[in-house]
Design a protein around this ligand. Structure first.
Ligand SMILES: CSC[C@@H](O)[C@@H](O)C(=O)COP(=O)(O)O
Length: 361
């Protein structure tokens, strides 16, 4: 865990040496940039609430938190027999899986931890040994996420030229991961290589992750950032102000369809029109190799997110009908390349995703 100690922004922390037992601690991203409030719990149901209400958000961060949710469920289950523990874990898995449907890392992380528990069960391990394995797997997922983002950043930095202005959408930064970020990881790595970059962040209606989180992070690290509203993207591209777009992803299919924060598709279409490279940055854990095409479940959220600004200011007639999909899908023909920790994937995506990530299990 030494690597974690060095990081400036740690949205998720596993506190092991507490006298009352291990607990999960996280930075509540709903309150940023106004307040930096940390929350903590030993109750996996509280972790599920944190994911659902977006105190913890961003696909990789959701995966790490869910894994720790299972770790808490195991540690505090009071199960006496392995079968009883398994049933409690299954129950917790169901509750955690029902929080956010699009972020694939959630299901990937839950599967990884459950597989580890199941191997112990099959081997005939006792309760303590299975609990140890579950906690260990969650910690591995956490540390791997940081390493993966750093590797992905290092690989993606090759795509960045000195002096580039990079447009990003939503928050694919430290606050969306265990640390470092995916799209922002590439920016951080490019800066570490000595390249000078400028960032344009979109505000990202309705929950303003770009204005609140991306700007907060980049400012904290002294990275030059300019904020625009979502409907300014066309004009800034028309004026030639964007050299590259880099966004994160919530789920990528076996043939390269990319689900990401609502508004991403609009930016991809504009990038195509203005011949601006459109890059997606995502760890292999975001790839759902079991599906193809635009067959991705898209989360629809509370209409009041659209009727108001962050639930505080009503900006329309209070009972107007609203459509509030949280994500959209960008087809592969609009994606210049996908940067992963295993390499840069270019078209044709079906073949190249299978070649580069085929051994993902
Ligand atoms: C590295 S994060 C990639 C995506 O998860 C991110 O771009 C995004 O869409 C986050 O959505 P959110 O609804 O804030 O969880």
């Amino acid at each position: 865990m030494e690597l974690l100690e060095k990081l400036k922004i740690k949205p998720i922390e596993w506190i092991e040496d507490d006298p009352e037992g291990p607990k999960l601690r996280w930075l509540d991203t709903r309150l940023l940039p106004w307040e930096e409030v940390y929350r903590e719990t030993r109750d996996f149901k509280r972790v599920a609430v944190a994911i659902k209400t977006m105190e913890i958000r961003g696909a990789p961060a959701i995966g790490v938190a869910a894994a720790y949710g299972l770790a808490l469920a195991a540690l505090y289950s009071n199960a006496k027999e392995p079968d009883e523990l398994w049933n409690k874990l299954r129950e917790a898995e169901k509750i955690l899986a029902a929080t956010r449907p699009t972020a694939y890392n959630l299901f990937w992380a839950l599967r990884r931890v459950m597989d580890r528990a199941q191997s112990g069960l099959k081997r005939g391990d006792d309760v303590d040994k299975i609990i140890y394995a579950v906690v260990d797997e969650a910690k591995k997922i956490h540390i791997e996420d940081v390493r993966t983002n750093m590797e992905l950043g290092r690989i993606g930095a090759k795509l960045i030229d000195d002096g580039d202005t990079i447009l990003t959408h939503c928050n694919a930064g430290a606050l969306a991961t265990a640390a470092y970020g995916t799209a922002e990881g590439i920016m951080r790595a490019a800066i570490e290589e000595g390249k000078r970059i400028k960032v344009i962040a979109t505000e990202t209606r309705p929950l303003l992750q770009g204005a609140r989180l991306t700007v907060w992070e980049l400012k904290k690290e002294g990275i030059e950032v300019r904020l625009i509203t979502d409907n300014m993207v066309g004009y800034v591209m028309y004026r030639g102000l964007v050299d590259k777009v880099i966004v994160g992803a919530d789920r990528i299919t076996a043939d390269g369809y990319v689900a990401n924060k609502i508004g991403t598709y609009m930016i991809a279409v504009l990038a195509h029109r203005h011949k601006v490279p459109f890059y997606v940055a995502a760890p292999s854990s975001t790839f759902d190799l079991g599906i193809e095409g635009d067959n991705i479940p898209i989360e629809e959220r509370d209409p009041d997110e659209v009727r108001t600004v962050l639930g505080k200011l009503l900006i329309t007639v209070k009972d107007v009908e609203v459509y509030n999909p949280a994500f959209d899908i960008t087809p592969p023909e609009l994606v210049t390349a996908i940067v992963t920790e295993k390499g840069i994937i270019t078209p044709p995506y079906r073949e190249n995703i299978a070649r580069i990530l085929g051994d993902k299990s």
